[in-house]
Design a protein around this ligand. Structure first.
Ligand code: GLN
Length: 483
């Protein structure tokens, strides 16, 4: 199976139709979905209708974009009108949004076929996709392993050919980590580049929607499509659009790359570490100047992230009270308002979500606000300064994307802190509002995907695409076949 942009070129050249391309994806779904469980909702019939309509718009010349005809999977925390949006939670099971997210409107305008909603950790809280109320998604490379989270359904769907490309959301790594575990490219844009309108909030100051694809080009084209200011999201920004074609052809000659040694040393897996060193070599061979440096704050970023993210989550999730909307506990005679709310929340939320609401409420409470939340905000500002300093010297920062290959299912069941610790490589980009990309870097001795991560300064996604394309060309495989 080809990448999304390559398939769309064939459609434009009239060598295949949108319906034929869609049927190939549906065939993959028939073969693999039962084992993998990438989707919470599949809309086969809707997709078939969209394919016909899009074909006619391509035929009459009104649709010309690089992703016209692409079959896209959308993470289940992004609203698609008339399709359920569960957020992987019992709390929202049965919720059908009557409106489209801004990114969904953009997909429709560009002629993408929305095939369904993908599985995820409940409210995007997790690193394995095992926290979903609907059960875990399995890794297409080895179904005894997790996909990484929280956008695990999107990553697995793209890797297995159950979609050509997908949307995920990234609050602390949820695009990049599952992309790394499933051997696909995952791009978290600069905070503000893509509208969050219609994205069900986890931690609003960190959340960002982005693409997951089988090639750097696919992610670049999808990024261009999604970008832009939106009057419905006050934090969105109009910025110079990324010229994907130019970025992909730029190469890395003359660029400076800083390899964050302090973060690399935290990587417990030798093969994952070597993948980063090899990527540095490849970039050097391609004409970049690579230097080792210490970014700083590596011991603090996970605590900072979990204080800020949980605090924001506790506030965002307050709205699910069983009254306004969301799951409501069955009626009981004599039950007062407080009991109704407590029971609805108790029954509707899973364990991890409750843990985070408790931690978040605690760090925001009058007695502890200064000691935790305020301190974490100050530390976040210091981390941003470390990045400012680094980007005054380097165009790109290179570091691991994940601590290891995809772990076995259940490994983190009783090791919550272990799972949190694994986020050390990804949360920095969210805390500093930077764009970052996870790029496949071959496979380990067991044939499981390895990956590396690149970061750039705010709104410099073009540099990520340039370096990502270079690494892809030099053997960090383009997953054209799917697995
Ligand atoms: N693993 C992180 C968490 O559980 C990141 C999640 C995300 O990016 N949505 O918070």
């Amino acid at each position: 199976m080809l990448s999304a942009t390559k398939t769309c070129s064939l459609i434009k050249e009239r060598r295949i139709s949108t319906t034929e391309a869609l049927e190939e994806v549906l065939g993959r779904i028939r073969d693999r979905e039962e084992d993998l469980h990438c989707y919470i909702t599949l809309d086969e019939e809707g997709a078939r209708q969209q394919a016909k309509l899009i074909q006619s718009r391509i035929d009459d010349g009104s649709l010309k974009g690089p992703l016209a005809g692409a079959v896209v999977a959308v993470k289940d925390n992004i609203c698609v009108r008339d399709l359920p949006a569960t957020c992987g939670s019992k709390m929202l099971a049965g919720f059908i949004p009557p409106y489209d997210a801004t990114v969904t409107e953009k997909l429709r305008d560009a002629g993408c076929i929305i095939i369904g909603k993908t599985n995820m950790d409940e409210f995007a809280m997790g690193s394995t996709c095992e926290n979903s109320y609907f059960g875990p998604t399995k890794n297409p490379y080895d179904t005894s392993r997790v996909t990484g989270g929280s956008s695990g359904g999107s990553a697995a769907a793209v890797a297995a050919g159950e979609a050509m490309i997908a949307l995920g959301s990234d609050t602390g790594g949820s695009i990049r980590l599952p992309a790394a575990c499933c051997g696909v490219v995952g791009l978290k844009p600069t905070y503000g580049r893509v509208s969050r309108y219609g994205l069900i909030a986890y931690a609003s100051g960190l959340d960002q929607i982005g693409p997951m694809g089988r090639s750097v080009e696919d992610c670049g084209e999808m990024l261009s499509l999604l970008s832009g200011a939106d009057s419905r999201d006050a934090t969105s920004r109009q910025w110079e659009a990324v010229d994907t074609g130019a970025a992909l052809g730029r190469g890395v000659k003359g660029l400076t790359v800083g390899l964050a040694e302090d973060y690399l040393s935290l990587c417990p897996d030798e093969e994952a570490k070597n993948a980063v060193l090899e990527a540095a070599e490849k970039l050097r061979d391609a004409g970049a100047a690579v230097e080792h440096f210490s970014l700083g704050y590596e011991k603090y970023v996970v605590p900072i992230y979990y204080i800020l993210a949980d605090a924001q989550a506790s506030s965002n999730l307050e709205r699910y009270d069983g009254i306004k909307y969301g799951y409501r506990t069955p009626f009981e005679e004599g039950q007062d308002f407080g009991q109704l709310m407590a029971r609805s929340r108790g029954e509707g939320f899973g364990g991890e979500v409750k843990r985070r609401i408790l931690v978040g409420s605690f760090v925001l409470s009058a007695g502890w606000y200064d000691a935790y939340y305020k301190k974490a905000l100050a530390a976040q500002a210091l981390l941003r300064r470390c990045f400012d300093e680094a980007f005054s010297k380097y165009d790109l920062i290179l570091m691991p994307a994940a601590p290891s290959v995809a772990p076995k299912l259940g490994v983190y069941k009783d090791d919550i802190i272990g799972a949190y610790r694994g986020d050390v490589f990804t949360v920095t980009a969210n805390l500093a509002q930077l764009p970052a990309m996870s790029i496949p870097a071959g496979v380990n001795h067991d044939g499981l995907p390895l990956a590396v991560q690149l970061m750039a300064d705010r709104f410099r996604e073009d540099l990520l695409l340039a370096a990502g394309a270079e690494l892809e060309k030099r053997g960090g495989h383009e997953n054209d076949e799917g697995i």
